[in-house]
Ligand binder design. Structure first.
Ligand code: PXP
Length: 239
């Protein structure tokens, strides 16, 4: 089955609203694991708006599944990532003013920096993915810089409706097929929720979904266990 990695950033967003210690994103991550999550994802941003350096250290020592660290190409964050012991790294674009990651990484434009950073992260033993829009040129560039995984940005699909959403899904399918032909593994995420995830599961060669905001929002009503379980039921066709 497609694996579910739960992104815990917005548990830390709530904590940072008061700069205190509650809610604890690590305790929340452990509860998500107990509910069946296959991995935990967090994004250490340059502005530290949610996840803090110490969260990454604590996650590494406390979670039992897989730690997937999202990061930009900022040299400071890359240095931390290299020491983090994360199992997977997902390189994402970052812009200080954005509310959330807006578009995919421009692998073509960033190829020089990626040709250094991707192998350096890979040498730690972690699996490296590039978060890209479903654009065939970006898929090809990912292969060229040596990353073994793409994470397809599902945001445009998630924000669209009707025929436009069908069109975005077709773009995702083509990108996933092309990635597989080139020997790349395929993950996906961003903006996925309890309604739009079902159709994404039809993406060919899909290995893993990264879902954060929708699960954390749902957990406010039904608790972590219920929110993760409901998503897993969708992903296993039991919903
Ligand atoms: N994948 C990547 C690369 C992301 O940057 C994010 C958002 O941090 C997600 C997945 C999860 O997005 P959402 O919180 O909308 O589920």
């Amino acid at each position: 089955m497609t694996r579910l990695h739960v992104n815990i950033d917005h548990v830390a967003t709530v904590r940072q609203a008061r700069r205190g210690s509650a809610p604890d994103p690590i305790a929340w991550a452990l509860a998500a694991e107990r509910a069946g999550a296959h991995g935990i994802t967090c994004h250490l941003r340059v502005d530290r708006r949610h996840i803090q350096d110490d969260d990454v250290v604590r996650l590494r020592s406390e979670i039992k599944t897989v730690l997937n660290l999202e990061l930009s190409l900022s040299p400071e964050i890359v240095r931390i990532a290299l020491e983090s012991g994360a199992d997977c790294f997902c390189l994402v674009p970052e812009n200080r003013k954005e509310i959330t990651t807006e578009g995919g990484l421009d692998v073509v434009k960033e190829s020089a920096r990626l040709r250094e950073t991707v192998p350096a992260l890979g040498e730690t033993g972690g699996l490296v993915s590039l978060f890209i829009d479903p654009d065939l040129k970006q898929v090809e560039a990912t292969r060229e810089v040596g990353a073994p995984f793409i994470e397809l940005h599902t945001g445009a699909y998630a924000n669209a409706t009707g025929d436009q959403q069908k069109h975005e899904l077709e773009r995702l399918v083509l990108a996933a097929e092309h990635a597989h032909e080139l020997g790349l593994c395929v993950n996906a995420g961003h903006g996925l929720d309890y309604v739009n995830t079902q159709d994404i599961l039809a993406l060919p060669h899909l290995e893993e979904l990264n879902i954060g905001h929708a699960i954390i929002s749902r957990a406010l009503t039904v608790g972590v266990n219920g929110a993760v379980d409901e998503m897993l039921q969708i992903m296993t066709g039991q919903a």
